[in-house]
Design a protein around this ligand. Structure first.
Ligand code: 6PG
Length: 234
């Protein structure tokens, strides 16, 4: 696990944008398309806005997925799809059939089943996403994999429904077998409310986010000064 600290959020998001575009361009060059899973929440919004303003990625060759979704309609302000749609997808030339959203408005099990079918159809035999963008919660959850939840033990399915103490409680999430097969995983953590989780992660505590360890890929944490404030200097 590689952790990179930034003095300012500005510097963090500039780096994240550059890294995202670099990984995307490499995937398109080598395999003809870029398979990326995005996250919701507030943290990545500046990245999405920067990506929308950057002309450097060939969006016609990008397939966008979501690491997780809250079970709400796409128009609900809590929808992860809605956040990305508004901050990024409405502003770039991506074909509609390359936007693969989780149907948050459906019954969670039905939505999970349908998304697993869609993912397997698009990703194919390779079974690997090029990049998964993740956040971390104050309790160490990532995607919608919450501490002590049975979804953390999933070994076969790529997508499962989850009920947790969160708003909204029903979620649909990628599981560790799919996340850990990725070529690259990128975590973003900003703000003092993430400091304890980032410290626990670095200390090796058994958080869901610590279980993200790609078997043949990279995992990188980008943290700002506030999120890094409880770390020893190193
Ligand atoms: C979600 C997520 C979740 C998120 C973290 C951080 O749908 O809630 O994907 O894992 O990334 O909770 O959220 P913030 O970026 O809003 O702090």
């Amino acid at each position: 696990m590689k952790l990179v600290r930034f003095d300012t959020r500005e510097a963090l998001f500039a780096h994240a944008t550059e890294r995202f575009v670099r990984i995307g361009a490499e995937a398109i060059r080598e395999r003809g398309r870029f398979l990326v899973a995005l996250s919701g929440g507030e943290t990545p919004r500046p990245l999405y806005e920067r990506l929308a303003a950057s002309a450097e990625l060939d969006w016609a060759a990008v397939d966008v997925f979501w690491a997780d979704e809250r079970c709400v309609p796409p128009t609900d302000p809590r929808s992860n799809y809605g956040t990305v749609r508004e901050a990024l997808l409405d502003r770039v030339a991506i074909p509609e059939d390359r936007i693969h959203r989780i149907a948050g408005e459906l019954d969670p099990l039905a939505a999970a089943d349908a998304y697993e079918v869609e993912l397997r159809r698009v990703v194919g035999a390779d079974s690997r996403l090029d990049l998964i963008l993740l956040g971390i919660g104050a309790d160490g959850h990532t995607a919608s994999l919450f501490p002590r939840h049975q979804a953390l033990s999933e070994t076969g399915r790529w997508i499962v429904p989850v009920h947790a103490s969160a708003d909204p409680p029903w979620r649909v999430t990628m599981t560790l077998p799919l996340i850990n097969a990725a070529r690259h995983v990128l975590f973003l953590a900003t703000g003092a409310e993430k400091a304890a989780a980032v410290r626990d992660l670095v200390d090796g505590k058994p958080l869901p986010a610590s279980m993200v360890r790609p078997t043949d890929g990279t995992v990188t944490f980008l943290v700002d000064e506030e999120a890094a404030s409880l770390l020893e200097e190193y």
